[in-house]
Design a protein around this ligand. Structure first.
Ligand code: 5GP
Length: 191
């Protein structure tokens, strides 16, 4: 997606440790016009699938998922919560473990059983794809709920990390709107 690539080149900041900061338009302050075009692009790429729900992870996936849902006939979005409490009734939720790329810690994500079932066809959405842990945890939760996975929509895939390969090897339709081949202090190169 050309406009997204230009925005990343113009306003993205490459940090050490393979982190791209896009706080000025995606992760902190949000450019709604661009996000709306991102939502439209996901719709174009998954147009033939009868998607009933969009599933993402809190927090940075929520805005992308919410705007995208408006392009899919206002289907509900569901965001997996990062579980911070021990007193949760494990019988009432689907849960999975993920390794955080940005924080280097392991966390548990949970989704209430009330909101995901075998009757759902789910589009997974996230802002970034790095090593694929967050997306794999969402896939795991869909499997536990016996929900169908229509595919995964990612705003920025860092193609030099393993996540893309891992998800594509599961035969999941993965659509990344910008794939970064290489990034360093000299700039960003897209695939
Ligand atoms: P993964 O689980 O694929 O390793 O990492 C994906 C998650 O980590 C995304 O949900 C995103 O929030 C975060 N993430 C990974 N890489 C980056 C990055 O370069 N920049 C930012 N801002 N977030 C990232």
């Amino acid at each position: 997606m050309q406009e997204l690539q230009e925005k990343i080149k113009k306003d993205g900041v490459v940090l050490g440790g393979n982190i791209l900061k896009v706080d000025s338009f995606l992760n902190h302050q949000i450019d709604i016009d661009l996000l709306n075009k991102i939502g439209q692009e996901f719709k174009n790429r998954f147009t033939n699938k009868h998607i009933t729900k969009i599933l993402t992870v809190e927090a940075s996936g929520i805005a992308v998922a919410a705007i995208s849902a408006q392009h899919f006939n206002n289907i509900p979005i569901l965001f997996a919560k990062k579980n911070k409490t021990k007193n949760i009734d494990q019988n009432s939720v689907y849960s999975s473990q993920a390794q955080s790329f940005t924080h280097g810690t392991t966390y548990e994500i949970i989704v209430s059983k009330a909101f995901l079932s075998k009757d759902d066809t789910v589009l997974l959405i996230d802002d970034f794809l790095a090593n694929g842990c967050a997306l794999e945890a969402l896939v795991d939760i869909c499997h536990k709920a016996q929900a169908n996975i229509a595919g995964a929509g990612i705003v920025i895939e860092k193609g030099f990390q393993e996540g893309g390969k891992r998800i594509r090897s599961k035969n999941i339709q993965l659509e990344s709107l910008a794939i970064i081949e290489k990034m360093d202090a000299n700039g960003i190169i897209f695939r």
